[in-house]
Structures are given as C-alpha cells and as structure tokens.
Design a protein around this ligand. Sequence first.
Ligand code: SAM
Length: 211
Amino acid sequence: MSIPENTEAEPAVASDLFGERIELAREFTNALATHGEEYGLIGPLELPRLWTRHILNCAIVAPLLREGTVGDIGSGAGLPGLVLAIARPDVHFTLIEPMERRVKWLNDQVLSLGLDNVTVLRDRAEDVRLPEGFDQLTARAVSAFSKLIPMCAPLVVPGGEFILMKGINAAKEIEAAEKQIRRFKLRDVEVIELGDGVLPETTRVIRATVS
Ligand SMILES: C[S@@+](CC[C@H](N)C(=O)[O-])C[C@H]1O[C@@H](n2cnc3c(N)ncnc32)[C@H](O)[C@@H]1O
C-alpha cells in the first residue's frame, strides 16, 4: 500500500466543495488508497496523488450539477460518481458499471460511507432500460465523446445534459463527434475548464444539452 497525499494539506477549495462532508471524502480516499490496487481500480503510480489528481479533480465538477438525478457511466472506483455523491447530497446518483468486482466495491463503499443518495446498477450503458431518463449524465475515462453519444443519449431526458470529464483533447473530441452531435441533436456543446490555478491540474468537461 502506498501512502496517499496528506488530505489535510489540501487546496482550500476542498472544504468549499465538500462542506461538512469533507470527512466522508477523506474516508473514501483512504479506502481507495488501501484497497484500490487490490481491486484493480487505481494504478500504483496514482495512489500518492489520489486526493488532488482524482478526488478533487472530480469534486470540482459538483457545482455544474443541478438538483435532480445523475447517471454516472463506467464508475469504476467511484470516479466521479461517488465523489460527486459525497459533495452533492441533494442529487441522486445511479452508478452504472458492468464489472462485478467494481460493482461490489461501489456497493461496499455506499454502505460503509452511509450514502443514501446512490444506487448502483450492474450493466453496460447501452443495455440500461429505465422508466425515466436522467437529468444529467457524467462519465470519466470511459470512451471517446463520439462513442458516448449513441451509448448514452437515450438515457438522458430532453433538455438534460452530458457532463463528461475529458483530457486535454476535449475540443478535438468534439470535432471528431460532429456526425453524432447532429444525429442525436445535441446543442450548446462546449468545453469547460475547472480548477485552473486552484488545483494542480485543470479539469476539462464537455458539456452538451440533449434535445
Ligand atoms: C478506465 S475505467 C474508468 C473508471 C472511472 N470512471 C475512473 O475515472 O477511474 C472505465 C470504466 O468503464 C467501464 N465500462 C466500460 N464499458 C462500459 C459500458 N459500455 N457501459 C458502462 N461502463 C463501461 C469499465 O468497466 C470501467 O470500470
């Protein structure tokens, strides 16, 4: 087990993002640092920088969420879904993840953190059938934007949004998805940069509205 970053010596923004639930965020970080490698959830190189590079980089997305429902596709370790569920108790999260071992991890965390705003669903996004769509949909490191659009657009209510965490090539991913953007009638497609100058790494999000 590697020692994670000291979660006490955080950028000041952490307490703004998590409020009173910052202890829960620290608890989750410690669980991930202790068991993440054994569950195949996080690479050993990432462990020492879990808090800033993974937890806070996900939490910084929280202000983009509306009150309502969020589907998090390919939650894996719980990024961003569990982190956002800690930061936003007013939002209900459905974590969608096909791998059994990861689903067990997610359910264990929901239980031990006592989160009552999370449902875990073992499924692939394209196979999910729900009576109602989500208000917003998040995903991080799951697939290119062009592939996520057909996979996920049917899961979002009209007027709902994609909030997709992306790397430095976010703008190029939008260009490459031009056909799918038109086909699925996405509008207001934009790249938003968050945490610049506040966190060690900027978080980039593709936000788009589903018609
Ligand atoms: C690279 S991991 C990223 C996990 C997490 N989002 C993160 O940022 O650490 C990709 C995750 O997407 C899941 N996944 C792959 N294909 C999927 C699909 N069609 N629907 C839902 N989840 C999928 C994988 O099982 C895996 O947990």
